[in-house]
Every structure is written in structure tokens, then in C-alpha cells.
Design a protein around this ligand. Sequence first.
Ligand code: WT7
Length: 657
Amino acid sequence: MSTDHLKIKIISHPVPERLLDESKNPKPHIHSIERYKELYQESIANPTEFWGKHANEFLHWDKPFENVLSGGFEHGDVFWFKGGKLNASYNCVDRHAIKDPNKVAIIYEANEPGQHRSITYGQLFRDVCRFANVLKSHGLKKGDTVAIYMPMVPEAVVAFLACTRLGVIHSVVFAGFSSEALRNRIRDADSRFVITADEGRRGDKTIHIKKIVDAALKECPNVKRVFVFRRTGSEVPFDSSRDLWWHEEIEKQRPYCPPEIMDSEDPLFLLYTSGSTGKPKGILHTVAGYLLGTAVTFKYVFDYHEGDVYGCMADIGWITGHSYIVYGPLINGATTVLFESTPIYPTPSRYWETVEKHKITQFYTAPTAIRLLRKYGREYVDGRDLSSLRVIGSVGEPIQPEAWDWYNEVVGRNECAVIDTYWQTETGSIIVTPFPGATVTKPGSATLPSFGIDLAILDPITGKELEETEVEGVLAIRQPWPSMARTIYNDHGLYLKTYFQHYKNYYFTGDSVGRDADGYYWIRGRVDDVINVSGHRLSTAEIEAALIIHPSVAEAAVIGIHDDITGQSVHAFATLKQLQESVDVKELSLQVSKGIGSFASPRKIYIVKDLPKTRSGKIMRRILRKIVSGESDQLGDLSTLSDPSSIPILIETVKNS
Ligand code: WT7
């Protein structure tokens, strides 16, 4: 494969001097590239020793583990820290509450500016215990699953931790998903309880959370109880035979609940994510490995030091929120910011006001937010005191050099480490990233592997490992790492097929990648039918499935098209059933909002006569992408099409819509 496009001049950025000045800042944990290399080598050559040591340093064990790693990729029977016993909520809360109950655990920056409150570890401990006792009093026990559908309020974190205190598996559903999407996730995980709120507030919008839950539960007969946290206090429907108010329930419970002692490999949580099939997959993470992976990367990748105030702007409904708002920071006893609002509410200065107000030291967001704020202009950043910042991070999709430069100069004032962190729901924690005190960065590259991550680039067709330095291929991993997903809930076969059978003896990420002469990794994007809109992972098959439910639609094809702000946007093609002359495209769009959520709704829908197909009937999305991107003159080889004469009509239809 050609690597010519790698040859464009990229300016490298050394570690900012300010970070290495010990009179001004704490000495970075990984303070030189040599130190990084030394630790990395150790983690790859001797993973057992490396992770065994870290497991004892970062986690409290009720019973020590006997063995660090067993099993492998072939059977998907990886297990870490065999025989070890521990509890996640004890590790996240109790030990810090015992040491320093007054230390702030969570700074809740509510939607309305000026409304913020701090929750100490002591208070978090009592809240978690109380709510765990509530769950227990209603019969929840180890191994049950609970759906959490909540806005960005501290009680959501309390709900996570109360579940893990009892060994209850939480399945968090992002509160932007529709009632149908919520219903499917509740049913798939067989959740018997739902934890939710009356309403949510985001920017100037109200999200009718309880109503959405009620609609979902019409088809979830197994759900016996719904706990409702009062966020806005508005009047909401309430079924007193099923629903319970959070505030009334916790009043009844004492603020101590003994933690359930869990096995290292017991499930911690489920989180649904999209893949190439029409059905979301319940990714399962286990207690010890996940906690260790998030804890170690949190400390080293964000260079966390005692006294720092760390702020991740993601939503707790996605893996970023799980790993880097909740678990990673809390295992380390850090102060973590919970941001309920949007980057532009009430003005595009909101992030920077928040940084200034709470003196945030590490700030973590997504390229889509950076691009949006860059568009509004630097006047919204300038004038804010951002001098507390040391590390500014990005996650979710490749960050373009222009956005990287803006982030570095305007937000970081060339004095912060910019860390482009690459990872996935399935990896549990960051796997390719710079280290603030060590790595020379290049805008657009996630740089080098994190500890214990043994990367390989494979030829996508032959599966052969490409051993030279400068190559392009697909990204795979050679060895297990602690925070990798252990299975897909109720479908281990699909787990093996998706991640381990494309390329034998490797974990397959689904992303294509390039490696430059310095060994730096450049993530290019998905090679499967997954598209990335504002850092949200969407499956084309899932959107197509939602469209096809419409009575007029015969077939649908969905593609991702480049967008300057959201990265990609959804474009959909549909053919209509016989005798059907036209359809209101708004109805089709609604179909997607109903089936998944409005964030997945197509930007554009084209009603066409035919879809381009191979002779074996496979839709050629590549052709649709070219046509929509205005590259109809570069359609390439059309000889495999069953009906090449349909193409000019297709081009015309797209042009006129
Ligand atoms: C997919 C995973 C993990 C947190 C958020 C997304 C893309 C993620 C980067 C990055 C280039 C990235 C990949 C990956 N991705 N971070 N820094 N550079 N691409 O989690 O929803 O599981 O999506 O997001 O394509 O496979 P997710």
C-alpha cells in the first residue's frame, strides 16, 4: 500500500518545557521517552510481572490473586488475576473516604452556569451505601442486571457504584437513545430494574427521560421496579405500583452497606455498542482487569497528581464516561468534574469558564467539540485564565492537524501536553497515546502504544503482519491486556467472530492505520460499516434496519459522508416498495429517531429507483459514497455491477436532491 500521503510535512512538538520545570509543576510520572520505552518494554516482555505489580499498587484486594494471566485469544478465555477477590465500589470510594473524607470526589457543574456543587469522598461513600441498601431492600443481588438511563448528575455515579457494591451488573444507556433503543437494551440484558430521572436538562433543551422510560417499559414485562431521581421537579407520569422516588427510598436506609466480595473475573458492567450487524452488542467488562486498566492509564496518560482537578466532558452513557469520568479517576482518589451542559451553553465560552472556575488541570474532550469551538473563534477562549491546565486530551475520532493546532495554541497556549488518545468500548482503556512528560507529539497522530498494548499492523487481505516500520494496514493487537472486553453478553460466538477470527491470534480493532518512519501510529478510521458522528459510533446496518421498518421502504443503504464539524454525517438511500410513488422523507427520518435516537437521524435521505448492486446482490456503498461526495467521475471499475445503466440516474437524483 502507498504511504505517500504520510510524507507531507508534519511539525513535531516537543514536550512543553513548562511541564518539565519542577519548580512550577509536579514532575511527570513518565518524565522522558527513555522511561516510557523502559516501562513499555517491560510491559510487553513480561506482562505478568508488570501487571501483577500494578495490580497490587492500584487496587485493594480482599484476597490476593494466585495467577496474573491465563487463557488467550483463540478461545476467548482470557482471564486476569485468577483467585483474586475485590469490590469495585470499595476501591473507588471507601478507601479514599477512610483516608480523607473531606477530599472532593465529584464537582458537579450543572447545566445552568453558577449551579455547581462538590461531593466529598465521605459523602459519596454514604450516598453509595444508602442507595445500595435501597437496591438490596428491593431484592437486587449479585449477578442481576440493572439499566441506568440518567442525565449527567452525581446520582448517576452513585447508581453505578451502588450496583458494583452489590455485584449488580449495570447496563448504562446513554440518555439520548430513544425508547425503542432503550427497550432493546433492557430486554437483551434482561434488566429487572431501571434507574432513571424525571427529566434532563442540556443547554436550553429538556429531555423527557421518564416518559421515554415509560414508553420503553410497555414492552419490558420483566421490569419490576423503576427508581426515579428528581432532577427538575416537573410533573411526570408516575406509576405507584412500579415506580419509586429516589429521595423517598434513600431516607429509609442507613449509610453503610458492606461491599459484596467479587471475583476478579465477575462481570462489572455491560455497555452496548454498534458493530457491523443491525443489532447492538452488549460489551462485557470484568471487575479487576477493567479497574486496573482504567486506573493505570488515568494516572500515567493524564499524568494525574494529588491535588489535580480533572475534567472529562464526555457523557457517562459512553465508555469514555465510564472509564475516565467514573472508574479511572475514582480508583486513583482524584477529583473528577461531571459536566451536565454543552460546549456552547449559554455561550461558546462555557468550557473555558468551567476550567477557570474549578482550576481544571487535565481537560478531556472530543474533536467534534474542538472543531465547533474553533468555528466560533478564539475570542471565546481568550481572556479566560486557563493557566491551571497541564494536559489537554482528545478522543473519539481522528483529530485533524488544524483542530489539533488550534487546541494546542488557543486552549493550551503551547504550554500543555496535547494527548490524542485512541481506544474503543472494547479495549476498556486508552491503548495508543502520548504521555505528557515523555512523548514528542505530531498533530493527527495518536503516537505510541500504551503499556501492555502489543500492536501489529496487518495486511487486510492476506492477514500477514507488515513488519517494516512505514506501512499501512489494519490495526490489531498480539497479546491480551487487562481491560479488554471478555465477551458479548449472551453471544460469545459473535465475540470470537468479531474480534478474533478475522485474523487468527490477533485482536482486530476494525480500524485502518498507518505507521510512519518514527514508528508513530496514525488511525485512519473504520474499515467496517461503522460510522462516527460527533464521536458517536453508529452502525449503518442499524440505521438501515430502522428505515426498513417504514411500510413504504423496500431497501435502504446508509453511508457516512465527511462533515467539517461532526466528522461524518449520515446519508441514507431508500428504494420504495412496488406501487408506492412517493414518501415523506420526514417520516423516514422520524423512523430513525424513534428506533435509535435523533443523533442518528440522516442528514439527507435520497429516494431512488435502484441501488447499485453487485451481481451477487451486495449493495455497493462505495459507489454511493463517491456520488454523494461529488466524485462521480471517479467511480472506478463498474464491471461487477449487475446494472451499470442505473448509475447515471442515481447521479442525477443525488444532484437534484
Ligand atoms: C472507535 C471506537 C473510546 C472512546 C470513544 C469512542 C474511533 C476513538 C480515536 C482517536 C482516531 C478514534 C475508532 C475506534 N476512535 N478514538 N483518538 N483517533 N479514531 O469509543 O464508541 O467504542 O468507538 O472510535 O474508530 O474504533 P467507541
